[in-house]
Write a protein that binds this ligand. Structure first.
Ligand SMILES: Nc1ncnc2c1ncn2[C@@H]1O[C@H](COP(=O)(O)OP(=O)(O)OP(=O)(O)O)[C@@H](O)[C@H]1O
Length: 279
């Protein structure tokens, strides 16, 4: 299956052995809640040098997928490995420090009166809200460096609650990178941003995608316009199932996107960016 540029749901095939090199390895995974399948028969592998976008309409199961990949949720059926560790049989606290995650739910827990530098720094202790922890100079320098990389270092002494939505999103990504994770999961990082804010974020994510020292990346979005140049693969989800997955350019097509969103769509690509409109 991996050698094909694109595979569709029907290609899932029999269960496969886990791949020790994969950072995410889902094998025939299902998640059931209240008798409803949030995900069904999902087989998906992400390797360290890959940058994936996960696309799908509201309720398709994208956040559920990230919760599985980050060890925050156990599958009802099938097997999940993250960074080589089997979810359900490993120390989740240790695993979570190796995985950077940004979600709306995590962002809501950041205190509005927290200094921006501390929002990033406290990730070293896996806490939100600085209390009396002592941080090493090396941690302080790393937090400063990440704020600079995300273009918000001039805001380091501001209170988080005073930032614009775009500045908050960039601060959240700096926080997610603080522990030098091997995997970075971003759930709709461009949601709520204006055009300028979105383009700034897309450019920074493109920089990260092209950085060979950066972790494996998974970006969840509803919009093909938010796919940063340099991303390599796409997974398309609809109603908890995979519509298609594979190499980006061959997966983000009018045909597959139309099936995913349930409306006829035309997809164009120019300058490494995608646009979509009704056919
Ligand atoms: N604990 C739960 N019990 C029942 N249904 C749930 C539960 N958690 C999520 N769901 C449902 O599962 C479906 C998938 O949710 P999920 O948040 O993964 O979708 P999503 O693709 O991230 O959606 P969105 O794009 O709107 O954020 C939704 O219909 C949601 O209502």
């Amino acid at each position: 299956m991996r050698d094909d540029p694109v595979s569709v749901a029907a290609d899932a095939g029999p269960p496969q052995a886990s791949d020790p090199d994969a950072v995410i390895d889902l094998n025939r995974v299902g998640v059931l809640r209240s008798g409803t399948a949030l995900l069904h028969d999902v087989t998906w592998r992400v390797r360290p040098d890959e940058r994936w976008v996960v696309l799908g309409p509201n309720g398709a199961g994208k956040t559920t997928l990230l919760n599985l990949a980050s060890g925050r949720l156990h599958p009802t059926t099938g097997v999940v490995h993250a960074l080589g560790e089997r979810i359900g049989r490993t120390d989740l606290a240790e695993l979570r420090t190796r995985i950077g995650l940004t979600t709306a739910a995590l962002a809501e827990r950041i205190p509005a009166d927290e200094r921006v530098r501390d929002v990033v720094l406290t990730a070293a202790w896996s806490v939100v809200g600085r209390w009396r922890e002592q941080y090493d100079e090396i941690d302080e320098a790393r937090a400063q460096g990440l704020l600079a990389q995300l273009g918000v270092v001039s805001l380091a002494d501001r209170r988080y609650g005073t930032l614009s939505e775009g500045e908050r999103k960039r601060t959240q990504i700096a926080r997610a990178l603080m522990t030098d994770p091997e995997l970075l999961l971003l759930d709709e990082p461009a949601a709520g941003l204006d055009l300028g804010g979105r383009e700034d974020l897309v450019a920074r994510l493109a920089g990260l995608a092209q950085d060979s020292d950066a972790p494996a990346l998974v970006l969840v979005t509803h919009h093909v316009e938010e796919i940063p140049p340099g991303f390599t693969h796409a997974l398309l989800l609809r109603e908890g199932g995979i519509v298609a997955q594979g190499v980006l350019a061959e997966t983000v097509t009018g045909e597959y996107l139309s099936k995913t969103f349930g409306v006829p769509l035309v997809v164009d690509r120019a300058g490494g960016r995608f646009t979509a409109r009704a056919a």
